[in-house]
Design a protein around this ligand. Structure first.
Ligand code: ACO
Length: 324
C-alpha cells in the first residue's frame, strides 16, 4: 500500500502587503528585499482571521480536488507554529468545521518543515490501514512577526495549503521521506517568549520576546547545505539521480537559497517551483501552496518524480520524494 496525493488546495488571505508598503514601515527598500530574498509581496490575515480559518479553506479545496468527503477522512494533521491557541489543537477545530466525524486530529510542530513531517506521518498511517489522511500546513506568521524589525518583517506571510493522501495499490505516491533535526541550533530561529520557559508577562511583551528572532545569515548557510544533502539522500534511497527529478518544490524562504541548492545539484531552474515573490515565507504553508499552484498550472503530471524539501526552526530539515 502506498499513500498517493489525490488532491491539493490552498488559500491566501485577501490583504496584500507589498515591499512598497514595508518601505513606509521600516528602513528598507524594494530593491534590497527583492535582491536578497526574491519576495515582492505577501498576504496577511485580517484581524480575527486565525490559522484554522485559513486551513479550513485550503482543506475544503483539497478535498474537492480529491473527490473525498470529509466524513471519509481517517486523520487530519495540521502543521503549524501559529495555531489558533495553545489548546485545543487547530486540527480539532478544522475537524469540526469540515464535519470529519471519524477522523483523528492533531497538530505537528516542525516550523517550516511541518508539512513534510506531516506528510511522512500521514504516509505511515496509510501504510497501517488508514484510507484517507488530510495534511494541512497553515500559518498566520504575521502574529509572531515584529513589524518594527526589518531583519525579519520583510520575510514572512500568511497562508494555508493542504493535500489529501489516499491509499493506493498503484506503483505511485510517496516513495520515501527523510526527516532530520539538530536541536543544538535551536537559537538560529526562535520565538523566545510565550511558552512554558517564559510565560507571557508584561515584561516579556515589553521586551518583544513574543516575536521571531532569527540569525538569518547563519541559517542561510545551514539551509543550503542540508537541502543539498537531503535531496541527494532521498534520490539515492530510491535509486534515482538528479536527472530523474521532474519538479522540485522547495520551502519558499529565499530565492537565493533555492538557486544555490539548484546550482549545487546541477538542477535546471525550469524544474524548480518558485512563488515566494507573491507569498513570502509562509512557514509550514509554503510547500503545500507552491505544490497546489504547480498542480493546478499543469506543471506536475502523472508519473512525474516530485521532490518537496524544507528546512527551518529546530533546526529541522526534511525531504519527501513522490511519484505523481
Ligand atoms: N532592508 C535593508 N537592509 C537590511 C534589511 C532590510 N529589510 N534587513 C537586514 N538588512 C541589513 C542588515 O542590517 C545588514 O546591514 P549591515 O551589513 O550594515 O549590518 C545587511 O542588510 C546584510 O544583512 P545580512 O543578514 O548579512 O543579509 P543576508 O544577505 O544574509 O540576507 C536574509 C538576510 C534575507 C534574512 C537571509 O540571511 C536569509 O534569507 N536567511 C535565511 C532565512 C530563512 O530561510 N529562515 C528559515 C525559515 S524561518 C522558520 O523556520 C520559521
Amino acid at each position: 500500500m502506498r499513500a498517493r496525493i489525490t488532491g491539493t488546495g490552498s488559500y491566501a488571505p485577501e490583504r496584500v502587503l507589498t515591499n512598497a508598503d514595508l518601505e513606509r514601515m521600516v528602513e528598507t527598500s524594494d530593491e534590497w528585499i527583492v535582491e536578497r530574498t526574491g519576495i515582492r509581496e505577501r498576504h496577511l490575515a485580517a484581524p480575527g482571521e486565525a490559522c484554522s480559518d485559513l486551513g479550513t479553506k485550503a482543506a475544503a479545496r483539497a478535498l474537492e480536488a480529491a473527490g473525498v468527503a470529509a466524513s471519509d477522512l481517517d486523520m487530519i494533521l495540521v502543521a503549524t507554529c501559529t495555531g489558533d491557541a495553545p489548546l485545543p489543537s487547530t486540527a480539532c477545530l478544522i475537524q469540526h468545521r469540515l464535519g470529519a466525524t471519524k477522523a483523528a486530529a492533531c497538530d505537528i510542530g516542525a516550523a517550516c518543515c511541518g508539512f513534510v513531517y506531516a506528510l511522512a506521518v500521514g504516509d505511515a498511517y496509510v501504510k497501517t490501514g488508514f484510507r484517507h489522511v488530510l495534511v494541512i500546513g497553515s500559518e498566520v506568521m504575521s502574529t509572531i512577526t515584529n513589524w518594527k524589525d526589518r531583519n525579519t518583517c520583510v520575510l514572512f506571510g500568511d497562508g494555508a495549503g493542504a493535500a489529501v493522501l489516499s491509499a493506493t495499490t498503484e506503483d505511485r505516491g510517496i516513495l520515501s521521506s527523510h526527516l532530520h533535526s539538530d536541536g543544538s541550533l535551536w537559537n538560529l530561529i526562535c520565538v523566545p517568549g510565550g511558552g512554558s520557559r517564559m510565560p507571557p508577562t508584561d515584561k516579556m511583551l515589553a521586551d518583544e520576546l513574543q516575536y521571531i528572532k532569527m540569525k538569518g545569515n547563519e541559517t542561510f548557510k545551514v539551509a543550503v547545505k542540508t537541502l543539498e544533502e537531503s535531496a541527494r539522500e532521498a534520490l539515492k534511497a530510491n535509486g534515482l539521480t538528479v536527472g530523474d527529478l521532474d519538479v522540485y518544490v522547495p520551502h519558499q524562504a529565499n530565492a537565493r537559497i533555492i538557486k544555490a541548492v539548484a546550482t549545487r545539484l546541477e538542477l535546471p531552474m525550469e524544474k524548480v517551483v518558485l512563488n515566494m515573490d507573491r507569498y513570502g515565507n509562509t512557514s509550514a504553508a509554503s510547500i503545500p501552496i507552491a505544490l497546489d499552484e504547480a498542480v493546478r498550472a499543469g506543471r506536475i503530471k502523472k508519473g512525474h518524480v516530485v521532490m518537496m524539501a524544507a528546512f527551518g526552526s529546530g533546526l529541522t530539515w526534511a525531504t519527501s520524494l513522490v511519484r505523481w
